[in-house]
Design a protein around this ligand. Structure first.
Ligand code: FE2
Length: 290
């Protein structure tokens, strides 16, 4: 498995070594290179609208493993109504969960992470707020961003602040913004500006109907989506639906794209590396795969 050893900053847990020691059998039950990495999932209990208890966290982690996930960026909401969540508590909770998973033989590597709610107030103060915000996988490389309602006019200001600090913005669940789902030219412009595009697995799997699902398909086939993540919040209310989504992307865009979106690019973010831009399909190939 290509996941590098994770040294938890807050409690000093050598995650990957212990992960392999306690759960190698389960990890090995999947073919080599067949694991998903999930860089947007709310698995930490008691901090946001994800799991409320330790048991709910463990249940969600088990569900992720059942979906074929071996590593997650544990994205805790920050800002908006979750302004109290600061990096030390997120790092500590992630380390606690990792320790519990090891003792429960759940083969899942956890990195502390966050999803930032960027409203107008936060955007204006982003430079000064950055030290209080946690990057994806705590690598100081990628920032997972969401916005209230529609995509805001202050996006260029956000891009500028991030660039000043050497950060790349990952736009979470872009399919939730109607002006993006229906406008591939706008998505392409944002990709060219340097944003990374993430879509939720349940949207691709059809949970929100054929309109959203087909919008996702069009963006993926045009090569405008870098990665898919679960955005799971619980094992039952908002479960991870990565397997169904993967099957759809495989059918729509082929193995190379499915591998890039579910495995290679998420793993690159997990490790703090560069993501690759997917290739778009020609109109004839798109027409044939409808
Ligand atoms: Fe989320």
């Amino acid at each position: 498995m290509a996941i590098e050893a994770i040294q938890s900053r807050s409690q000093g847990i050598e995650v990957d070594a212990a992960h392999q020691a306690c759960s190698q059998q389960q990890v090995d039950s999947l073919p080599a290179g067949d694991h998903f990495t999930d860089i947007h999932t709310h698995v930490l209990w008691g901090l946001d609208d994800g799991p409320r208890t330790v048991d709910e966290s463990i249940a969600l982690c088990r569900a992720l493993v059942e979906q074929g996930v071996s590593a997650v960026a544990a994205t805790c909401h920050q800002r908006g109504v979750f302004a109290r969540n600061e990096p030390p508590i997120i790092r500590q909770r992630a380390a606690e969960l990792q320790e519990i998973l090891l003792s429960e033989n759940v083969p899942l590597a956890i990195r502390p992470s966050a999803e930032w709610m960027i409203d107008a107030q936060t955007a204006e103060r982003l430079d000064s707020l950055l030290p209080t915000l946690l990057t994806l996988s705590d690598r100081q490389k990628h920032a997972l961003l969401e916005f209230p309602f529609q995509l805001p006019s202050y996006l260029p200001m956000v891009l500028q602040s991030l660039a000043k600090h050497g950060l790349v913005g990952v736009l979470a669940h872009i399919e939730k913004y109607h002006q993006l789902l229906a406008n591939s030219a706008r998505v392409e412009a944002l990709v060219n500006e340097g944003f990374i595009m993430q879509i939720n697995a349940d949207s691709i799997a059809g949970k929100f109907g054929p309109g959203v699902m087909n919008g996702c398909r069009r963006l993926i086939q045009r090569g405008l989506v870098h990665l898919v993540a679960s955005d799971a919040h619980s094992a039952d209310r908002r479960p991870p639906m990565l397997k169904d989504a993967y099957e759809n992307v495989l059918r729509w865009a082929g193995n190379e794209t499915a591998t890039l979106l579910f495995k290679q690019n998420p793993l690159a973010i997990f490790n703090g590396s560069e993501v690759a831009r997917p290739k778009g399909m020609g109109w004839l190939a798109r027409f044939r795969s409808r």
